[in-house]
Ligand binder design. Structure first.
Ligand SMILES: C=C(O[C@H]1C=CC=C(C(=O)O)[C@@H]1O)C(=O)O
Length: 439
């Protein structure tokens, strides 16, 4: 099913201008401190990235054609735009932020907006990259004046947060995992990623700037995002395309941290040797390498993963890189993301069997969790992360998500504990105090 909402009048003619911003005027203020009260749009990592607000144009789409619809719309918008870019770095010039639904029917049962995939062209973007800071203004038909950029007011911290089970209880989810292990043992498939959710009810509508700021501070080596009521801090880069080079950070295989550095180092060693985790990881790397290969003239796929250390967990990680071949020069970051989604880090192996099993047993509407989130520019370059360690909110109600790769040797109890560890970043970012944390 395809259902697209986009302007039906003549071609949209956007005028975008990027100009350098004297960093002294911001005096090192984090980008997330510029976000407006409605949360705006954010894509930041380790101080760099993009924050934005306002809306010059927007596309909402649903169904199996969502990536194709968004790609066609963006090509059209970019082709008719006038771009004056006096900065010339990745993310300057005309950009759109986006977030996609996980599956062809994700979110649709919860109403049209909940299930919509979206591309938003903001009216103001502030970017920072490797010491360069800039501001982009985007407006229909005319050049917009460059606004004064300054920090906004302090966000309101969430209060009275009450956490509850989402679609399933922990015990129910364990039995779903057991069923998946049975299916894998029966030879139906090799790997499936199963997810669960947690619901947080707040005393007042969420000011998303509060958790976004906290996530960006606490998880500097993750990509912290906020797009259309979806926020999170993901460690996984589905695809980055920059001037003909594509990179992807593949994660799968996880161990919880203890907080004791010596023990964690030993745990990192055991993760790197764990045959269960290495198997889980290999499926994810293969799925990414196989999907990128048709687009690349050369590729580098390291033989062994490294261990990525995050404050809550450690993951097996592989950075895949490739050069886009001459025949696919026009394949945008979004087209590549569509080809890669869902990788075996969030779907499974074989893909079709895994998705069918997820549909059959998971009992969760993933919405936009575990799907591409990020940004794209007018040349088709951009970054699309996988929306993990994320939550979607509507007023005072927040749904947090986490999932785990299940293979033949998976233990349901250990997977539940792993899912809890993966919920920690957003859960802590929402909790006003330790007292609010669920037990
Ligand atoms: C599906 C999630 O994580 C994926 C990414 C890294 C490690 C994973 C794992 O070890 O199971 C998952 O494949 C999630 O965080 O919700």
């Amino acid at each position: 099913m395809t259902d697209t909402v986009a302007p039906l009048r003549g071609p949209l003619r956007l005028v975008a201008q990027s100009v350098p911003l004297d960093e002294a005027t911001l005096d090192g203020v984090p980008l997330t401190h510029l976000l407006p009260a409605d949360g705006g749009l954010a894509w930041v990592r380790d101080g760099d990235g993009l924050v934005a607000w306002g809306e010059a144009a927007r596309l909402e789409t649903t169904g199996a054609q969502r990536f194709a619809d968004a790609g066609a719309w963006w090509r059209e918008v970019s082709a008719h735009a006038v771009v004056r870019d006096k900065v010339g770095v990745a993310g300057s010039g005309l950009v759109a932020f986006g977030s996609f639904a996980f599956g062809d029917t994700s979110g649709i049962s919860r109403g049209r907006r909940a299930g919509s995939s979206v591309l938003v062209v903001p009216s103001v973007v502030v970017g920072r990259r490797a010491g360069t800071t800039w501001v982009t203004t985007i407006r229909e038909s005319a050049l917009a004046p460059t606004p004064q950029i300054s920090p906004t007011d302090e966000p309101v911290s969430p209060e009275g947060v009450a956490f509850a089970d989402g679609s399933t209880s922990g015990a129910q989810w364990e039995s779903i995992v057991s069923e998946a292990v049975r299916r894998i043992a029966a030879g139906d498939l090799d790997k499936v990623v199963l997810a669960r959710d947690l619901v947080a009810e707040l005393a007042a509508p969420l000011d998303a700037r509060a958790p976004v700021r906290r996530l960006a501070e606490a998880y500097p080596n993750c990509w912290t995002f906020h797009v259309d009521r979806l926020f999170g801090a993901t460690p996984e880069m589905l695809v980055r395309r920059e001037r003909g080079l594509v990179t992807s950070r593949v994660l799968a295989g996880t161990i919880r941290r203890t907080g004791d550095d010596t023990r964690d180092l030993a745990l990192a060693g055991s993760l790197a040797r764990s045959s269960k985790d290495l198997e889980e990881h290999e499926y994810a790397v293969r799925s990414v390498a196989d999907a990128l290969e048709p687009y690349c003239s050369s590729m580098n796929v390291p033989e062994a993963p490294f261990v990525l250390h995050l404050p809550n967990v450690m993951h097996l990680a592989t950075d895949v890189a490739g050069v886009v071949d001459a025949g696919h020069e026009t394949a945008s970051a979004l087209e590549l993301a569509a080809a890669l989604h869902p990788s075996a880090a969030v779907g499974g192996t074989p893909r079709a069997e895994a998705l069918a099993l997820i549909d059959e047993i998971e009992k969760l509407d993933r919405g936009r969790y575990a799907a591409p989130v990020g940004w794209i520019d007018a040349d088709g370059d951009g970054e699309w992360g996988i929306a993990l360690r994320s939550a979607e909110y509507d007023g005072a109600r927040v749904r947090l998500f986490a999932g785990c790769g299940i293979v033949a040797d998976s233990d349901p109890e250990a997977e539940l504990a792993e899912s809890q560890a993966k919920l920690v970043p957003v859960r802590d970012a929402l909790a006003a105090s330790e007292d609010d944390l669920p037990v």
